[in-house]
Design a protein around this ligand. Structure first.
Ligand code: T3D
Length: 259
């Protein structure tokens, strides 16, 4: 029987894959899909056996942003952004494991910024990114105003946001907006290889890297150095650090387990 869940979950060892599953509407967000996604993300965060998360879309699209037909969300745009998109963006950014967006097709509006909020974006060569907001008289949300200038600079951020032009995955990689553009046929395999590689790494340190790097962008150089010292104090007292150093000295592969 086909699974009619709006978010599908699959495990491959320590890697969990969540697939947005509304392919007929390019996996655009409805209230119901938001609720399933939030529950699935919370489940991943609470499951210590998961060490890397991959998020992708079913069918030919990744996510076309807000479902513009969804009556549940259509009435109070500001409220929806505050109550639903903000917690989603913050949830992704606070996951205890690395998060990879595997962008299999078009990512538009909040769907594009949802992907950019992930730690690494792997996109199919046929995929594209569209800041579709200006076409419906909105501004970029789901973190777009914060993420875009930091990822590609003000000029490109404004160009993308104002024109709403479609950006190819090739070009997105070239300008540093995403991690890798991959031939379509190799996307799943290469993404899973990366996910398994990250899962074998000290994921607690990787999540701390994301947190400190984000915070460091908003504070002084001296404060960033202090923040690094604080994070290293915590990580240096943890088991993964002892294991990493011991493994190096014993000339063997490290087995990391902290989360
Ligand atoms: O409350 C709030 O609104 C606040 C939150 C705002 C956040 C946002 O994300 S605002 C931005 C919303 N997204 C968009 O404006 C994108 C709209 N979609 C498009 O521009 C195009 O669909 C794409 C460029 C993404 C892809 O174009 P194309 O030609 O490859 O596909 P298509 O034919 O347009 O779409 C395929 C189907 O998906 C189609 O349905 P149909 O005709 O086959 O029954 C289309 O209506 C549906 N679809 C695509 N995007 C959405 C959608 N249905 C509802 N909402 C969508 N966003």
């Amino acid at each position: 029987m086909p699974d009619d869940s709006l978010v599908l979950a699959a495990a491959q060892g320590p890697v969990r894959t969540l697939t947005l599953n509304r392919p007929a509407a390019l996996n655009s967000f409805t209230g119901a899909m938001h609720r399933e996604l939030r529950a699935a993300l919370d489940a991943v965060a609470g499951d210590s056996s998961v060490r890397c998360l991959v998020i992708t879309g079913a069918g030919r699209g990744f996510c076309a942003g807000q479902d513009l037909n969804d009556a549940e969300l259509g009435t109070d745009v500001g409220g929806v952004v505050e109550r639903i998109y903000k917690p989603l963006a913050l949830r992704i950014r606070s996951m205890p494991v690395p998060v990879i967006a595997m962008v299999n097709g078009v990512a538009a509006g909040a769907g594009a910024n949802f992907a950019f909020g992930c730690d690494l974006v792997m996109a199919a060569r046929s995929a594209s990114f569209i800041q579709a907001f200006s076409k419906i008289a909105l501004i970029p949300d789901c973190g777009g105003t914060w993420l875009l200038p930091r990822l590609v600079g003000r000029a490109r951020a404004l160009g993308l946001a104002m024109t709403g032009e479609k950006l190819s995955a090739d070009e997105a990689e070239r300008i540093g907006l995403i991690w890798r553009c991959i031939d379509d046929a190799a996307l799943a395999e290469q993404t899973m290889a990366l996910a398994q590689r990250l899962a074998a790494m000290p994921v607690k340190a990787l999540a701390a890297t994301r947190r400190v790097l984000d915070e460091a962008m908003m504070i002084s150089y001296a404060d960033a150095l202090s923040l690094e010292a604080k994070a290293q104090a915590e990580l240096g007292a943890a088991g993964d650090f002892r294991e990493g150093v011991t493994a190096f000295l014993e000339k063997r592969a490290a087995k990391f387990s902290d989360r």
